[in-house]
Design a protein around this ligand. Structure first.
Ligand SMILES: O=c1ccn([C@@H]2O[C@H](COP(=O)(O)OP(=O)(O)O[C@H]3O[C@@H](CO)[C@H](O)[C@H]3O)[C@@H](O)[C@H]2O)c(=O)[nH]1
Ligand SMILES: [Mn+2]
Length: 377
């Protein structure tokens, strides 16, 4: 099985989205890898604060004032004073791919000391197929030096298009507040040289600090929810987007990968502040997870937007009784799609799904023939 040849960079097709309440000095370390890309900076907090973008970077920067000017009466769906604000960058981007990274994440090294070009690995992850239907025990069959192993059905070796590439972090791991409190000095020193497809039907805790995705395939479901100022919840922004996106990827037969690339996460946020933000989420998620495990979407839902609107209805119906917050969140999900549509008039992705089969970056986005001969688009 020849490995698809993928470009090592996508400068004209990818935007880098950075939420910041600090500064952008970290970009100096990323300059060799990021400078050829366009940045979308979401400056959170005080809109009068001046955030310097280092010289030489091509960027657009949005403050809360800009978000309110652009979205008007829909601006309330974008969080304030929480990293969730980053999703506004996904909405205003005009590119096919998004990479989002936190301002306290730096270039990591492999165990043999090479600098990791995280963006190049994400591009490779996104432009090679995923294997959500049948686990390949040698992990990523499209990686150099690997392939499908004996017993892997040949009719499934085209895989499915990849929608999400979830990178990891050395040094400060993305722990929740209780874990941070009991293990304040724990650092992640374990570099695992692997990329795996998360199997269909399995949820996962998506972290937003080193994340890339295909906007056309899954952008509308990457809403980071209502968090931060005025909300009962924080630090569940990326988790909510990840659970919604994974359910929709499973429904549309799209892949979600996790593993390489690693970044170096430098700052441990305050566990006590984090506990205040997270605590409702810690017990609500005991109901939220079964909801996402059991939710089904109709076969008429063939685009990420249609799937997301169906999901919003089910959130209101099934999670609304848990707390009025979820009724408001379900409404915010609908407003997010309305705003997305305003800023992104009808996209090729809707044509793609009607076509049923489409070339996606030179890798056939063919349907999958199941062992029983059924063809799943
Ligand atoms: O009110 C805020 C707070 C932060 N930001 C920006 O968002 C990212 C993440 O902030 P921070 O590094 O302080 O958060 P962590 O605890 O390390 O990580 C959490 O953030 C999310 C991952 O991105 C997730 O909830 C946790 O993993 C930085 O760029 C801050 O500048 C903000 O914009 N507004
Ligand atoms: Mn951080």
């Amino acid at each position: 099985m020849g490995h698809p040849v993928v470009p090592s960079s996508l400068e004209d097709e990818l935007d880098i989205v950075i939420p910041t309440i600090r500064n952008l000095d970290f970009l100096e370390m990323w300059r060799p890898f990021f400078q050829k890309y366009h940045l979308i900076v979401i400056q959170d907090g005080d809109p009068n604060r001046v955030v310097q973008v280092p010289d030489g970077f091509d960027y657009e920067l949005y403050t809360r004032r800009d978000i309110e000017r652009i979205l008007g009466d829909k601006a309330w769906c974008i969080s304030f004073k929480d990293s969730a604000c980053r999703c506004f960058g996904y909405m205003v981007s005009k590119k096919k791919y998004i990479y989002t990274i936190d301002d306290d994440c730096f270039v990591a090294n492999t165990p043999t000391g090479e600098s990791i070009n995280a963006l190049e690995q994400h591009v490779r992850n996104l432009l090679t197929p995923s294997t959500p239907l049948f686990f390949n025990t040698l992990y990523d069959p499209f990686a150099e030096g690997a392939d499908f192993v004996r017993g892997y059905p040949f009719s499934w070796r085209q895989g499915t298009p990849t929608a999400v590439s979830h990178g990891l972090w050395l040094n400060i791991p993305d722990y929740d507040a209780p874990t941070q409190m009991v293990k304040p000095h724990e650092r992640n020193t374990c570099y695992v040289d692997a990329v795996l497809t998360i199997p269909k039907g399995s949820l996962f805790p998506m972290c937003g600090m080193n994340l890339a995705f295909n906007r056309d395939l899954i952008g509308p479901s990457m809403y980071f929810g209502l968090m931060g100022d005025g909300q009962p919840l924080g630090r569940y922004d990326d988790m909510w987007a990840g659970w919604c996106s994974k359910v929709i990827c499973d429904h549309l037969l799209l892949g979600v990968k996790t593993g390489k690339p690693y970044i170096w996460h430098s700052k441990a946020s305050n566990p006590f502040v984090n506990l205040k933000k997270e605590y409702k989420g810690i017990f609500w998620q005991e109901d939220i997870i079964p909801f996402f495990q059991e939710v089904t979407l109709s076969k008429e839902a063939t685009t990420p937007e249609a799937c997301y609107l169906e999901l919003a209805e089910k959130v209101a119906e099934k999670l609304g009784p848990l707390d009025p917050y979820f009724t408001k969140l379900a409404k915010a999900m609908v407003v997010w799609i309305e705003a997305w549509r305003e800023l992104n008039p009808k996209k090729a992705s809707e044509e793609l799904s009607k076509a049923g089969v489409a070339k996606e970056n030179g890798v056939a986005k063919a349907s999958v023939t199941l062992p029983n001969g059924a063809v799943k688009a």
